[in-house]
Design a protein around this ligand. Structure first.
Ligand code: NAD
Ligand code: ZN
Ligand code: ZN
Length: 342
């Protein structure tokens, strides 16, 4: 077989073309060819399709950076993977390995990185390539569909929760209970944090409660910051995974003094930031982008220990346009995972 079926972005803002005519990729040095079993669908794939961000991918390209599959063929010089092994791709598909960021444990900031499903083809196809040095090793016994969302959503929120500096027993607010947020609730609980969940839909808040949030607040048409101050005296940290800029401005007033606000969500736009409050309350506001390979190992280990169970539903690749449409309208419960067996 020299071709495969894949979902291809041919033009920004248009439906993906699901076609059987995509040439099967050939693994180069340090690369492996992987036959997909499952791939999560991240909101970043929707931003990629729509060309939402200042740095854009170049169509045609295949999205997807939560892919799990079996190594079928190795390129030259691969020493750390074997044929038959289960691996995943990631947003951090490869990096240079030698710049200041790579050398100091900040490979997620490498200026020469390639991103899975964005600047290199991803997991919305029957096969994908991985860089063997950056592919995630999937723990033995993992359910490929259940673990897929951890390859982006999981590692991203795990890292971001660490960046909040919130300690066991302290409060964290998680704003946006979608694919990232519902997994963030689970990591936060597993890390000993107490969780306030915020979303604009009651079904998302119910999902957060199911996964261990103690307080859940609906931000539709109102600013939940006041309620958070009333109920818990402000949180020690905030993690924003929401896809609307209004959530970013609201996050600043959710913390108590000295709090840290970490942004994961990437909606195009800006938010107002009150200088007086930031200075007088000694707040830290920072961005966080996915996680390093070591963050991935740690995030997947939480799963291997039975602490994280993404809520997901399986769909065939042919449904990908419908899935992106449902995501745009906030209709997805947890994560959708493409099932290549279907
Ligand atoms: P999703 O569509 O699954 O979830 C988004 C959630 O935000 C939904 O539950 C929606 O109801 C909620 N929401 C919308 N408006 C809101 C508001 N005003 N207040 C509170 N909640 C609101 O998306 P996802 O896959 O979880 O991704 C979320 C965002 O994170 C996207 O912008 C994505 O690109 C970004 N992302 C960033 C990183 C990173 O490393 N920084 C990694 C992955 C995804
Ligand atoms: Zn993602
Ligand atoms: Zn680098």
């Amino acid at each position: 077989m020299s071709t495969m079926t894949a979902a291809v972005v041919e033009d920004f803002g248009q439906e993906l073309n699901v076609t059987a005519d995509v040439p099967l990729p050939e693994p180069g040095p340090q690369q492996a060819l992987v036959k997909l079993i499952a791939s999560g669908v991240c909101h970043t794939d929707l931003h990629a399709r729509d060309g939402d961000w200042p740095v854009k991918p170049s169509p045609p390209f295949i999205p997807g950076h939560e892919g799990v599959g079996i190594v079928e063929k190795l390129g030259e010089d691969v020493t750390n993977l074997h044929v038959g092994q289960t691996v995943g791709n990631a947003w951090l598909w490869t990096a240079c390995g030698s710049c200041e960021y790579c050398r100091t444990g900040w490979e997620t900031l490498c200026e020469d990185q390639l991103n899975g499903g964005y600047s290199t083809d991803g997991s919305f196809g029957q096969y994908m390539l991985v860089d063997a040095r950056y592919a995630a090793a999937i723990p033995d016994g993992a359910d490929p569909h259940e673990i897929a969302p951890l390859l982006c959503a999981g590692v991203t929120v795990y890292k971001a929760l660490k960046m909040t500096g919130v300690r066991p027993g302290q409060w964290v607010a998680i704003s946006g209970i979608g694919g990232l947020g519902h997994i963030a609730v689970q990591y936060a609980v597993a890390m000993g944090m107490r969780v306030v969940a915020v979303d604009i839909a009651d079904d998302k808040l119910a999902l957060a409660k199911k996964h261990g949030a103690e307080v859940a607040l609906n931000a539709k048409g109102t600013d939940p910051a006041h309620e958070i101050q009333e109920q818990v005296g402000g949180t020690h940290g905030v993690l924003v995974t929401a896809v609307h800029p209004s959530a970013f401005g609201q996050a600043i007033n959710m913390t108590r003094r000295g709090g840290t606000i970490v942004f994961n969500g990437l909606p195009p736009g800006e938010f107002p930031a009150p200088i007086f409050d930031i200075v007088l309350k000694g707040l830290t506001i920072r961005g966080s982008i996915v996680g390093t390979r070591q963050d991935m190992v740690e995030a997947l280990d939480f799963y291997a220990r039975g602490l994280i169970h993404p809520t997901y539903s399986k769909r065939p690749l042919g449904d990908v346009n419908a899935v992106l449409d449902e995501m745009h309208h906030g209709k997805i419960d947890g994560r959708v995972v493409i099932d290549y067996g279907a």
